[in-house]
Design a protein around this ligand. Structure first.
Ligand SMILES: [Zn+2]
Length: 124
């Protein structure tokens, strides 16, 4: 999902922390966890789509209640468009923060190996 060089120049925004993980396809999302062999599959078991950061943060039914306000304001804009507008980046950052915190708690409560021994950050 990381935009190419020309795209990044056009965007010209500071992307850091959780939002950088989101743009790079990292973070506590099943697509990433599967690539690290930390989960069996990469599917969202609610929507039956690949559980990418974009799916989980912006489109998934399971996380709708967490970020309904932000999603209503972001609409169906593609991420590349969102990243060009600072006010939309703020909404995306808020959404990513809430959803990644939710998933980290979800993994920790289940005693997932990624959440033990402070390894929660390893897959970011
Ligand atoms: Zn989903």
């Amino acid at each position: 999902m990381l935009p190419d060089v020309a795209e990044k120049a056009a965007i010209n925004l500071e992307i850091e922390g959780g939002l950088l993980h989101f743009v790079k396809g990292h973070g506590p999302y099943k697509q990433r966890l599967k690539s690290l062999k930390l989960v069996e599959d990469n599917m969202c078991h609610v929507c039956w789509m690949v559980s990418t950061p974009e799916h989980v943060v912006l489109r998934c039914v399971e996380t709708e209640a967490l970020v309904s306000k932000q999603r209503a304001l972001l609409g169906d804009r593609p991420v590349t468009e969102v990243l060009r507008a600072p006010e939309l980046v703020t909404l995306l950052r808020e959404s990513e923060d809430k959803v990644s915190a939710y998933y980290k708690r979800f993994l920790a409560v289940r005693g997932h190996p990624a959440a033990r021994d402070n390894k929660i950050e390893d897959y970011e």
